[in-house]
Design a protein around this ligand. Structure first.
Ligand code: FMN
Length: 204
């Protein structure tokens, strides 16, 4: 039987999105799907025609996607409008706002990071994932270090442990794996609404 081909492309500044993209790919591959993963900083995508689903991910910095991931959305916007698409972001703030029990801020992040991006490029994603990221105090732009100091206190208060000295990984692997499993299900059985494929994306 012909396998569904899936392309996962992503942009990253500090590496968290690489691990997340690879984890999503692993889950999809375990479900017998044919997956290609592309770090847009290292490889250029010339054609997306052969893929049934395109998953686009980005790390967040000051509420912004990476330039490479935005470049991909711009370059393929027309084709993506007619494809199955899923979006995800790596957000360092996500674990902190969850710990604070701040649904308004989580809602704001989902809207700004995912829903507005989808709407800007006329996309109807079948799924959108808001995941954690990495705070790496050894690898931060010099201009950021000053205002990231006080944040460390918040990170520690949220119970996030250092994975290496100065590195706090807030990714929740169960959430990432569950999202990927749900994505595989949606690909196999797209929800039907009023006879059309659902335009209502679910945020996880
Ligand atoms: C200077 C700076 C600004 C950041 N701004 C945000 C932000 O606005 N929202 C957020 O959720 N995370 C923010 N983060 C945390 C990043 O999202 C986190 O480092 C994530 O891992 C980035 O993805 P990447 O590792 O794939 O680049 C920021 C991190 C740095 C160093």
């Amino acid at each position: 039987m012909k396998k569904n081909k899936i392309l996962i492309v992503y942009g990253t500044r500090y590496g968290a999105t690489t691990g997340t993209a690879e984890e999503i790919a692993k889950v999809l591959q375990d479900g017998e799907l044919d997956v290609k993963v592309v770090n847009l900083k290292k490889e250029k995508v010339r054609d997306i025609a052969e893929y049934e689903l395109i998953v686009i991910g980005s790390g967040m910095q000051i509420d912004r996607w990476t330039r490479k991931a935005v470049g991909f959305l711009k370059r393929f916007s027309r084709e993506l409008e007619n494809k199955k698409v899923a979006l995800f972001v790596s957000s360092g703030a996500q674990a902190l706002t969850e710990h604070d029990g701040n649904p308004e801020e989580i809602g704001r992040a989902r809207k700004k990071y995912l829903e507005e991006k989808a709407s800007k490029y006329n996309l109807n994603p079948i799924s959108m994932g808001l995941f954690g990221g990495i705070w790496d105090y050894n690898n931060m732009p010099f201009w950021a270090k000053k205002f990231m100091g006080p944040l460390k206190i918040k990170i520690k208060a949220a119970g996030i442990k250092e994975t290496k000295p100065g590195v706090y990984d807030t990714r929740n692997w169960d959430a990432i794996q569950n999202w990927a499993k749900e994505l595989a299900k949606k690909l196999a059985n797209p929800p039907i609404v009023n006879g059309e494929m659902s335009k209502i994306a679910e945020c996880n």
